[in-house]
Design a protein. Sequence first.
Length: 319
Amino acid sequence: MKTVCTVILLVFYSSIFAQDYKAVDEKVDRYPGTFDNPNGLVTLISADFERPEEKVRAVFRWVATHVQYDMFLEAQVEVGIGLKVFSYKDQKEKDIKEKKFLEELALKTFVSQRAICHGYAALIEYLSLKLGITAKTVLGTLKSSPEQIGMIPGKADHAWNGVFINGKWELIDATLAAGYISERTESFEFHYNEAFFFMNPNRFVLNHYPTDEKWLLTQKSKKEFADLPLFFGSYFSKNYRINAPLSGTVSPADNQLVLSIEGLEFGDVLQYFLSERPGFEQANLSDLSNIIIPLDGMHSGYVSIFVNKDIVAMFKIAE
């Protein structure tokens, strides 16, 4: 199972957050798709926007809609090819070398318009700093596969950003905003998901756990993170809230999953799929706080929740 910046299941999109930044997005969408160097993009953004949050949004929008996820590079990194390491004598030397590495990665990403998560994050940081905005690359764990339910986060496999705006840190993930890897075509497809821009830390931590816990910007232990269900992009973009079960692991002894969900609209269709059973089943939505999903005697496997055919969350069946 891939663990480096896996975006294979983090699909799905919406326009919930579009109103605040619609004008910014529309203006950035008229920018050129390529520039001779980053200064061209920085100059345009500086001329068009004054507020720091608008400048960061412009950077986020351009990067997420122009940088393609590099599946070939991901495969290389998986087997240890293409990794860059360096030694250092002290913290000062480490900081200098890290800065040089991030700048080189950002420029490479800008020119090639291909990257895995570290490239997206490096470019966001680089462009933000050019615009006078403090930004940092954050390393940590992305919860992106059902096998991770119940697993304590370990070695960092993902990168995102913190940006300091109007006196506080905000979290963004341009990798997840850019699109997804289609299971049908096994290729990357651009599909912008703006939910990962300035997401509330209490939502962001549902699938991101930083190596340095100061970047949580909220309270959540590794054990609590491990115990969570697996949430997908549409869960965030559609602003759903699953209130029960809070644990990602369902006991087979219960022989059912009792689901409570907020955010559904009239006409929405909720279906579920049991990994050990064929086909989809449609749930009865007469009581959204008490949706009964029979486990049909399953002792292991997964329960996948879909709304309008978009996957929202997964739970693991285990003792």
